[in-house]
Design a protein. Structure first.
Lengths: 251, 217
């Protein structure tokens, strides 16, 4: 297996490109391992690593006479970032070349499950509807049928009840949660490699931080709704006038 | 065997068909609707617990006229459920109990795709109306993409004779007509599967026909 690589460094992050060419007469599966100190940040779809990727590298199947190109990012530590082009050589190596294994073949169940996850989207309810009072956010459903039996549990599933915060304490708690999430993202902006690594570790790695970013987007939408409600109420208050003289005559 | 019961559109009767098929096949039905569960449940561990890593799926089997692996009813549980673990859980269950019939949710998201990816076969549930058939067609395409062969199509809540030849040609699988019958509608909530209550009724025979087609898949 012929192997070549190139690396660019941008803002303390190495962008590594590896190129493989299979000159043998058989389909080959090559394991490429990252040799840099930082974790592999591979391409993702719907939060799932693209096929073949993990935190240490990538497994690539290359057809006879074919080439494959893969790329990933890797944050550089202080030792590597001092002299990027001189000290990160090679950034990746091939550790094995074998016959393709079942888990990477397109028809394998693992591959089909990951394909489904990547291509079909996250089915979970958004974090915003769960944050607001977990007890009150319970589904209450029954699988009862109509009198004439023409419906079934699917129809009678009921609707999810989600409560908005009622008390000032609940409002404060919710806003505190939002502030905490925003603070984490703000701390990543401009953080050094060490600081960023510490924050990633504290918040479930890159996937955890990405989930946090997604939650903050949902928080923003929820806050926009709150802002619209607040503005509407303010306008109503400004327009309302109490007919106090008339009420006095009635009292 | 893992059988995925799906159809795309909500409200066509997937849960009822899945429940009754599991009963007729002497299997276990898994309530795979992570966000809107509606099969009989209990106070024990549920699929939410399995997908959050708190329980093994075999601990969640609720015995009854039809054995059920119920799903939790909370949004928090749905949020915490990792659909990536669903495939492995279903495969683990099928090693102990067979067949495993998965009541898939409506839609075409990963919570439908993952069961189809690990299923050996699928049953499409539809109703004789355009939106249901269109969604069934999209689900059929997804099943093919994920290599889950469609055993049959159950056309539910039939009053007038539906165009079964057309449905068969469009969806590419034999059609079983399930007529409107109050005993079918009540079967899940009352936990009285049709094969027990009225096996000789038109609905009972239709469900038996569907079960036999699944066995021959």
């Amino acid at each position: 297996m012929q192997f070549d690589w190139s690396v660019d460094v941008v803002a303390g992050v190495a962008l590594v490109t590896v190129r493989l060419r299979n000159e043998t007469g058989l389909v080959r599966e090559a394991r490429v391992r990252n040799e840099l100190a930082g974790p592999v940040l591979p391409p993702r779809r719907e939060g799932t690593f693209e096929a073949g990727w993990d935190r240490e590298g990538v497994t690539v199947v290359v057809d006879v006479g074919d080439s494959a190109v893969r790329g990933y990012a890797c944050p550089l530590d202080d030792a590597d970032s001092g002299d990027p082009t001189g000290r990160i050589e090679p950034p990746a190596t091939i550790t094995s070349v074998d016959s393709p294994s079942d888990t990477t073949s397109p028809g394998s169940p693992d591959s089909a499950v990951n394909h489904a996850r990547r291509s079909l989207g996250d089915p979970r309810p958004p974090r915003a509807v769960v944050e607001v009072g977990s007890e009150a956010a319970s589904l209450d459903q029954s699988a009862s049928a109509d009198e004439d039996g023409t419906s079934d549990g699917d129809d009678e599933a009921g609707e999810a009840y989600v409560s908005r915060p009622d008390t000032p304490d609940e409002v404060d708690d919710r806003l505190d949660s939002v502030r905490e999430r925003v603070a984490v993202l703000e701390s990543l902006d401009g953080a050094s490699v060490d600081e960023a690594t510490e924050i990633l570790c504290a918040h479930g790695g890159l996937s955890g931080v990405e989930a946090l970013a997604s939650s903050v987007e949902e928080d923003a939408e929820a806050l926009k709704v709150d802002a619209a409600d607040t503005e509407s109420l303010t306008e109503r208050i400004a327009e309302v006038s109490l007919p106090i003289d008339g009420l006095r005559r009635l009292a | 065997m893992i059988l995925a019961v799906c159809g795309g559109k909500g409200g066509v009767g997937k849960s009822t068909v899945a429940y009754n098929l599991a009963g007729a096949l002497d299997g276990v039905v898994v309530d795979g609707d992570l966000g809107m569960a509606n099969l009989p449940s209990w106070g024990g561990p549920t699929l939410h617990d399995v997908l959050a890593g708190r329980a093994a799926i075999h601990e969640c089997i609720r015995g009854g006229p039809v054995d059920v692996v119920p799903c939790g009813r909370s949004l928090a549980g749905a949020r915490a459920a990792d659909v990536a673990a669903l495939g492995g859980a279903l495969q683990s269950l099928s090693a102990e109990r067979a067949p495993v019939v998965v009541d898939c949710p409506a839609g075409l998201r990963a919570d439908v795709g993952v069961p189809l990816a690990v299923a050996d076969a699928a049953v499409l549930v539809t109703a004789p109306e355009p939106y249901a058939l269109a969604d069934a067609l999209r689900t059929r395409e997804l099943a093919r993409e994920l290599d889950a062969g469609v055993c049959c199509v159950v056309c539910n809540r039939v009053v007038d004779a539906p165009p079964t030849a057309t449905i068969r040609d469009v969806l590419g699988a034999p059609v079983v007509v399930l007529p409107t019958d109050p005993r079918v509608g009540r079967s899940v909530a009352a936990e009285r599967p049709v094969y027990e209550v009225s096996p000789e009724s038109d609905a009972g025979r239709a469900l038996e026909d569907a079960a036999r087609r699944v066995e021959r898949c």
